[in-house]
Design a protein around this ligand. Structure first.
Ligand SMILES: C[S@@+](CC[C@H](N)C(=O)[O-])C[C@H]1O[C@@H](n2cnc3c(N)ncnc32)[C@H](O)[C@@H]1O
Length: 196
């Protein structure tokens, strides 16, 4: 799955890695930046998505679709699709370009709008990757955890880079009896919860 990433996916990943690195250096305003996960976080979410039990695969915060491509590697392997949610039209356009260029449209459903509204229609979730605005983390957690199947994974990014801001959210997940949770020092810090 990770040993032989198809050329078109690899090429788009490399383009997006370059664009993201440029964004971080040239003062691009925050909302226009791609704000992508690093490749090591991508590998982890790919492995976890591939190991998740039967159920829906979901991502909150698509941006240009870089993290989605990592999840799609698992979807190709599982013959499943990922539902990914993005609120900004400019990012939707970039993500469409990504999925078209990488020729992975059959493995992804890109949903335009606030994930907190659209998630109400999704059930039996076995994998969720959350990487959106930090003020929405609690709402997304409240929507996802009850819908997570037994053994399903919930992963949230930035719990080390934004530790102070996310402290109440992290404490909640760690003390929640519905899940087993730990913090992984990979990339910007990933919170991993598994439904009991
Ligand atoms: C950090 S970026 C995601 C980066 C992406 N996961 C990657 O690594 O390639 C966060 C994205 O979440 C989107 N977003 C923020 N709040 C959202 C919401 N409530 N519903 C859907 N998308 C949201 C933002 O517009 C932004 O594009």
């Amino acid at each position: 799955m990770l040993q032989q990433i198809p050329t078109l996916i690899k090429e788009r990943m490399m383009q997006l890695e370059k664009a993201d690195a440029k964004d971080r250096q040239d003062g691009t305003p925050r909302l226009q930046r791609l704000r992508q996960i690093p490749p090591e976080s991508g590998k982890l979410i790919s492995l976890l998505a591939a190991s998740a039990p039967e159920g829906e695969i979901v991502e909150i915060g698509t941006s240009a679709g870089y993290s989605t491509l990592w999840i799609i590697l698992a979807c190709r392997y599982l013959e499943k699709i990922v539902k990914t949610f993005e609120i900004l039209p400019v990012k939707i356009k970039l993500a469409e370009e990504t999925f078209s260029q990488a020729k992975v449209q059959s493995y992804v459903e890109l949903i335009y709008g606030d994930a907190r509204v659209h998630l109400k229609d999704v059930n039996n979730i076995s994998f969720c990757f959350l990487d959106a605005e930090k003020e929405y983390y609690d709402d997304c957690y409240d929507l996802i955890i009850p819908k997570l199947v037994k053994g399903g994974f919930f992963i949230a990014d930035n719990v080390i880079s934004h530790e102070e801001e996310l402290r109440p959210f992290i404490e909640r997940a760690i003390t929640d009896p519905r899940v087993d949770t730990l913090i992984l020092p990979i990339g910007k810090g990933l919170l991993l919860s598994r439904k009991i």
